[in-house]
Structure formats: structure tokens, C-alpha cells
Design a protein around this ligand. Structure first.
Ligand code: GLN
Length: 486
């Protein structure tokens, strides 16, 4: 197996045994990026000399006998929604095309402390709004399993980078499915931790009551490793919770026994592709063979998840995005004849179509006279969606179903139909509304060779259990070992 096809845990043990050094690992991935990027287009910026400098600094540390961090010499790709000090951070938008943050996001600081190598910034839907990465202001990322198809979104670049072996690990953000859906469509592991598990300091805000940062990896062990590095309290994000971080990477191999799995009937309705359903059913058989009890449960309010999300998320986005006014930072229109004209032209030219649609929807939902009918009502239904999960988790350890209703669709197929695009996240959104933890793991391929993902959800702060349950299945299967031919 080539170096770039290995997992972070494998690279780490090669590092510890002195078989490879950080410079060699980084060199191998930079070479893969050079060779594969013309096809995949996962990255927006790669600074080769900066990556090599980080790698040689780590090798120097080792030479001097200093203790190395848990991700020593491991390249990590970063969704361009996370601020990196001194490096352009665009959020996939023309609005921030030249924005150079003066600070690092908390998770970036954690990665640096863990001796990881930050290898580049990845493509995304503008302001993380989308499910295909086609809303990026810069380029369209391709699915490494079929270059005519989308990688999912909005963290499509981060998912494609790992699937294409351009980095063994990456970070994304998930507001309504943006880590789990692309992970599923690209045949890798992606996790949305519980709201509050990971600090969002330095994450460019989309919908603050839903946004969460999480890992992408080839397998569950690596997911545990990366989550352990980024999780934990940070006083700069008041929603990050003061709660110890379990040693995920140590416990991940211990199966959960006895295990009760809840199957929500709402996750298996008409819109579900039969091949996706077949893969999920096979995965359930594996759990059954491991002694799990499978129970039918109901999440009756989940049918309102998409409409509730598109009120709550757009309302919050309309407020968060008010800061891009051409004055403080970001894009300013070159010519204008008054201050108001400067605001409106800067926003008009700086934001793309989908972002403007969301700002308008959200502004409408919050406007006087409609606030009660839309926004307040949505908050009430959100509560009911959360209570559905509370009931389910009172009788089951985890809830399972498909991550995405279909495998990866063709580039352009849904680009002009926002509603069809919004439905890509029908199974992922309720997890964000409820604030719970969710993971997508590879569970098979369609006849056309497209990956399918299994979604597993667990109650708040039950990431440890979630990872152990995911790993039980992974240990019995080999989907996570496949790599696309590129
Ligand atoms: N696809 C959803 C949206 O467009 C979710 C995006 C996300 O999780 N960032 O809003």
C-alpha cells in the first residue's frame, strides 16, 4: 500500500518506529495533490513551502528528543470556513476572497499543538450553504469515485481531499449535514459532534445555534484520534461545554454490549433510493449478527426538519451575514455614489445567488408580523424534534438509517432546483436541530460504484459510544479500505 493510502493511525505508528519522517509524509501528499488536483479540485489554497516548513520543524523537534503531539507529521486539510492566521480564508465567497485572518481558529491551534501539518484549505459551498459544493464562488469539486458527480457539501472539498488520498484527515463544519452527507457520498467517515463539544472560535458563522466543527477520515479509529485533539472547552466560545474529553482513541475498539439500535420508520420512506436502502439493510444484518437488538422507533416530527431548518438557519444567517457591509472587512464594491449605495453594491456583488436567497428568506422570517408565524413557530417545532430524540434514546443506545437519500448526483443535476438540493439533507438536519451527535460511515457501493453511508446518531455528548458502535461494524467489513482509482 502506498504511503498516501494509509490511515493517520498507520502513519503515526510508522513515525513512532522511525520508518518515515514528517517531511517524507508531507512530500508524498503534496505530490498526490499535484497529480490529482487537476481532476478532483478539492483545494482552494495549498502553500507547499509552508507545509514543508511545518514538517521539518516537527522532524527537528524529534531530532532533539522533544515529545511529539498525537498527530505528529500527519497532514490535515482544512475547510476554508476556519480562520488560519496569516493565510487567506475565503469561506468559498468572493466577499472574503482577500481576507487574511489575524488569528487561528481554536481547532487550528489544537492541531498545531498536536504537531499536525496543515496542508491546505479546501473548497466549500459559499458560507457553507449547499449540499454539492457547486455554490463555491471559485470552482466545482469533483467526487473522486466519479469525476462527473458532486462530492456532496458544503464540506465537499474536505471530503474529496480525504477520499482522493490528498490528505489522511480533514476538518469540516456541519450545520445541517455538511460533514455527514459529503462523507457518505465520498465513501469516508465524517462526524458531527454534539453542539458544544468543539469550540467554534474562528469558525466563520453560518447559523450559530446549529454550526459544529468535526472530522473527516478514512476510518473510525482516525475519527476518534482527530476528535480527541479538537474537542474540549474553550473560553472564547461560550457555547463550548466544560466537560472532560474522553480518551476516544483508546476506547474506540471496545464494542458496546448489549446494544439496542433504534430504526426510525421516517428514515425509510418514499424518497429513499432502493440501492441505498439495500446497503443500510445489509449493515443492520451485520449488527444483528453481533448480537444487537433492533427496535422500531418513531421520530414523528422529523418530517418537519427541512422546513424548520430553512427558517432557523436562514434567520440566523441573515443576522450573521449582516457584518459583511464593505466597511469592516471583506469585499467593497469599487464604485458607488453614496454610503447606502456602497453597502448595497458591496453585498450585491460580493454574495452569490444562494447566499442572497438565504438572507432574504431569513430576513422575511424575522420581520415584524411574520416572526411569530415563522420563526417562533419553527423554534417550537424544533423543540418537538428534540423531544422525539429524547424518547428514542430512552429506549435505544443509538439510532440508525441512511445518511443521504441518494448516492452522489451529477454535477448540474440539482443546481437550478434549490428545493431538490435542500432535500439531500433530509436525514441529517434533525440531528443539528436536536444538538445531538452523528456520524456517517461507509457501508457499501451501488452497482455503478458509488459509495453509500450509514448514519448513526447518539444522544448529547455520547461521541464515545457512537464511535465504539461505528467501529464494531467497521471491524467486520472492508468498505473503509477501498480507495478510488485516480
Ligand atoms: N445543505 C445544508 C444547507 O445548505 C446544510 C449545510 C451545512 O451543514 N453547512 O444549509
Amino acid at each position: 500500500m502506498e504511503l498516501i493510502e494509509k490511515t493517520a493511525a498507520e502513519l503515526r505508528s510508522l513515525m513512532l518506529q522511525g520508518e518515515v519522517n514528517a517531511v517524507q509524509i508531507t512530500e508524498a501528499y503534496l505530490q498526490a495533490i499535484r497529480a490529482r488536483e487537476p481532476k478532483v479540485q478539492a483545494f482552494l489554497h495549498v502553500d507547499e513551502s509552508d507545509a514543508m516548513a511545518q514538517a521539518s520543524a516537527i522532524d527537528q523537534k524529534r531530532k532533539h528528543g522533544w515529545q511529539l503531539g498525537p498527530l505528529a507529521g500527519i497532514p490535515v486539510a482544512i475547510k476554508d470556513v476556519l480562520c488560519t492566521k496569516g493565510q487567506v480564508t475565503t469561506c468559498g465567497s468572493k466577499m472574503l476572497q482577500n481576507f487574511i485572518p489575524p488569528y487561528d481558529a481554536h481547532v487550528i491551534t489544537r492541531l498545531r499543538e498536536a504537531d499536525a501539518v496543515l496542508i491546505g484549505k479546501t473548497n466549500m459551498d459559499e458560507f457553507a450553504m449547499g449540499s454539492s459544493t457547486e455554490n463555491s464562488a471559485f470552482k466545482t469539486t469533483r467526487n473522486p469515485w466519479d469525476l462527473e458527480r458532486i462530492p456532496g457539501g458544503s464540506s465537499g472539498g474536505s471530503a474529496a481531499a480525504v477520499a482522493a488520498c490528498e490528505a489522511p484527515l480533514s476538518l469540516g463544519s456541519d450545520t445541517g449535514g455538511s460533514i455527514r452527507q459529503p462523507a457518505s457520498l465520498c465513501g469516508i467517515v465524517g462526524m458531527k459532534p454534539t453542539y458544544g463539544r468543539v469550540s467554534r472560535f474562528g469558525l466563520i458563522a453560518f447559523a450559530s445555534s446549529l454550526d459544529q466543527i468535526g472530522p473527516f477520515s478514512h476510518d473510525v479509529t482516525d475519527c476518534a484520534l482527530l476528535l480527541e485533539v479538537i474537542a474540549g472547552h474553550d473560553r472564547r466560545d461560550s457555547t463550548s461545554v466544560y466537560r472532560p474529553v474522553p480518551p476516544y482513541s483508546k476506547t474506540v475498539h471496545t464494542p458496546v454490549k448489549p446494544l439496542t439500535i433504534g430504526l426510525p420508520r421516517e428514515f425509510f420512506d418514499e424518497g429513499l433510493d432502493p440501492e441505498v436502502n439495500a446497503c443500510v439493510q445489509e449493515a443492520l444484518k451485520v449488527y444483528r449478527s453481533l448480537g444487537a437488538t433492533i427496535k422500531d422507533v418513531s421520530l414523528p416530527y422529523s418530517r418537519y426538519a427541512v422546513p424548520v431548518y430553512y427558517i432557523v438557519a436562514t434567520a440566523e444567517a441573515s443576522s450573521n451575514l449582516a457584518r459583511y457591509d464593505g466597511v469592516h472587512y471583506g469585499f467593497r464594491a469599487p464604485d458607488f455614489d453614496s454610503m447606502i449605495h456602497m453597502y448595497s453594491r458591496s453585498r450585491g456583488l460580493g454574495f452569490g445567488k444562494e447566499v442572497k436567497r438565504r438572507i432574504m428568506l431569513g430576513t422575511y422570517a424575522l420581520s415584524s408580523g411574520y416572526y411569530d408565524a415563522y420563526y417562533l413557530k419553527a423554534l417550537k417545532v424544533r423543540r418537538l424534534i428534540k423531544e422525539d430524540f429524547d424518547r428514542a434514546f430512552a429506549e435505544c443506545d443509538v439510532v440508525m438509517g441512511p445518511t443521504s437519500p441518494t448516492p452522489a448526483f451529477r454535477i448540474g443535476e440539482k443546481a437550478e432546483n434549490p428545493l431538490a438540493m435542500y432535500l439531500s439533507d433530509i436525514y441529517t438536519i434533525s440531528c443539528n436541530l436536536a444538538g445531538i451527535a452523528g456520524i456517517s460511515i461507509p457501508c457499501g457501493f451501488t452497482k455503478a460504484g458509488l459509495p453509500v453511508g450509514l448514519q448513526i446518531l447518539a444522544g448529547p455528548f455520547e461521541e464515545e459510544k457512537l464511535l465504539r458502535v461505528a467501529r464494531m461494524y467497521e471491524a467486520q467489513t472492508d468498505w473503509h479500505l477501498r480507495r478510488p482509482r485516480l
